[in-house]
Design a protein around this ligand. Structure first.
Ligand code: NAI
Ligand code: MG
Length: 487
């Protein structure tokens, strides 16, 4: 646990309180989960999954190549044409409920593994990632036998085999966002987790195996970008669902153009968090902290651009700095930790690169004086003031605990500034006035706009972006629609 160097604010410190790890079961080596069985990768190659908070190896994970992906897609097709495709929605729903309940039973184990493998604070994996992942399965289980009510007066058909590629920032939650609606709608799945965070998807494969879901309905293939590309390019995949970087999203869109593959792409963001002068300031400061420092800023919808109305800028920035000083950066397994480890060495390098660019651009930097562990990948929470609309750190996604702060005078001005970005995933608005909320939310070009809160998720509400943040929605009925053909 990192000790706070600046004690003048709280005057006291927490004792270490790490979550136990004795209850988790992890294998030394994980094979691929294809057609209901664990199979060795045809190349014989495995890679290490490490703990980013201490750089120690946790387990070996199979690297699937094109031949393995082909096997997985064939298994998914066979299940689609066979048992799963013929099953009633009511029966499908029972399996999805069963998976949800089994995940709940193993929630503590899943939370600890998520934190070990990905570096996020246990408080988040325990209270947010895992419960939400279970809730997605529960929610979509309910739709499985009600597709005709979901889309009244339409003929509803499933798509077939869904190829799904997910990132490392919310590993199990992203798997749930993708698998649950696909199954509810009657599709089968080949899913690839991110290379740095495969373990909870593999634990989910164990749960799926134990649940008795027919073989081949869900296949989990682990690997790198080449494995993902093999899924995208496989001719027998009917739908591609991807969450990750805008660069890879563009590659995927090119790869599937001219095919009749359906796609949903959920990509990067540079979301605006807007504080008006009549906002409840203390709550807003908490909302700013939650918006950007939650999960080390590894959130596609992170509120990474702060806009504060000029008349309250000084008080907001001062309070924010005070709050930053009280954040704990350190062992992600410790229940007091606010900011855990950056997911990988590469991502830490990216964040450091942007911090350097910010300084070189002449922005003023403030970092909390906390000490950070010497081993592992850590970054103190960082603020930049004196930035311009054209600054690189204002325009580009950093995907780390780095916030840029700008001020504004009028609402029209902030709408223009907030929308001046290639992205459009989310935004936050803080004000006492409902009319101001409605005015702003209708004019902000972002898929999700939170009012007087930030980073709140629910399985029933759709999530997705505008512009380079991608297209298609996940969650809610919109998320179900992405997995059906309507006529
Ligand atoms: P990435 O986009 O390379 O990785 C996401 C997933 O795509 C991983 O499973 C990866 O193996 C797979 N992938 C990589 N290349 C592929 C290809 N050609 N075809 C199919 N699948 C492929 O993201 P990366 O490199 O890990 O992070 C880079 C930046 O992307 C971050 O700094 C951040 O800005 C952004 N990002 C955004 C996320 C979001 O939630 N929107 C999540 C992760 C990263
Ligand atoms: Mg890892």
């Amino acid at each position: 646990m990192a000790k706070k160097t600046d004690k003048k604010l709280s005057g006291w410190d927490f004792s270490p309180s790490p979550e136990g790890t004795s209850h988790i079961a992890l294998k030394d080596k994980y094979d691929l989960f294809i057609d209901g069985k664990w199979v060795k990768p045809s190349s014989g190659k495995y890679f290490d999954s490490i703990n980013p908070s201490n750089e120690e190896k946790i387990s070996s994970v199979a690297h699937a190549n094109q031949a393995d992906v082909d096997k997985a897609v064939k298994a998914a097709r066979k299940a689609y044409n066979g048992a799963w495709g013929k099953m009633s929605g009511k029966e499908r729903g029972k399996y999805i409920y069963r998976i949800a309940r089994m995940m709940q039973e193993k929630a503590r184990e899943l939370a600890v593994i998520e934190t070990l493998d990905g570096g996020k604070p246990i408080r988040e994996s325990r209270d947010i990632d895992i419960p939400l992942a279970c809730n997605h399965f529960f929610y979509y289980a309910g739709w499985a036998d009600k597709l005709d009510y979901a889309f009244p007066n339409r003929k509803v058909e499933s798509l077939g085999v869904a190829g799904q590629i997910i990132p490392w920032n919310f590993p199990l939650l992203m798997a749930a966002w993708k698998i649950a609606p696909a199954l509810a709608a009657g599709n089968t799945v080949v899913l690839k987790p991110a290379e740095s965070t495969s373990l909870t998807a593999l634990k989910l494969a164990e749960i799926i195996e134990e649940s008795g879901l027919p073989a081949g309905v869900v296949n989990i293939v682990t690997g790198f970008g080449d494995t993902g590309a093999a899924i995208v390019n496989h001719p027998d995949v009917d739908k591609v669902a991807f969450t990750g970087s805008t660069d890879v999203g563009k590659i995927i869109q090119k790869a599937i153009s001219g095919t009749d593959k359906k796609a949903t792409l959920e990509l990067g963001g540079k979301s605006a968090n807007i504080i008006l002068e009549d906002a409840p300031i203390d709550q807003a400061v908490e909302g700013i902290v939650n918006g950007i420092f939650f999960n080390q800023g590894h959130v596609c919808c992170a509120g990474s651009r702060l806009f504060v109305q000029e008349s309250v800028a000084e008080v907001v920035i001062n309070k924010l700095k005070q709050r930053l000083d009280s954040l704990y950066v350190g062992n992600p397994l410790d229940k007091n930790t606010d900011i855990g480890a950056i997911n990988s060495k590469e991502q830490l390098q990216t964040i450091k690169k942007y911090i350097k660019i910010g300084q070189e651009e002449g922005a003023e930097m403030y970092q909390s004086p906390c000490s950070i562990p010497t081993k592992g990948y850590f970054c103190p929470p960082t603020l930049f003031t004196n930035v311009a609309q054209s600054s690189v750190i204002v325009q580009e996604e950093i995907f780390g605990p780095v916030l840029t702060i700008q001020t504004f005078r009028t609402v029209d001005e902030v709408i223009q500034k907030a929308n001046n970005t290639p992205f459009g995933l989310a935004a936050g608005v803080w004000t006492d006035k409902g009319s101001r909320i409605f005015n702003l939310t209708t004019k902000l070009r972002a898929g999700v706009v939170w009012a007087n809160t930030y980073n709140k998720f629910d399985p029933t509400s759709p999530f997705g972006g505008y512009k380079e943040s991608g297209f298609g929605r996940e969650g809610g009925l919109h998320g179900l629609e992405a997995y059906v053909k309507l006529s």
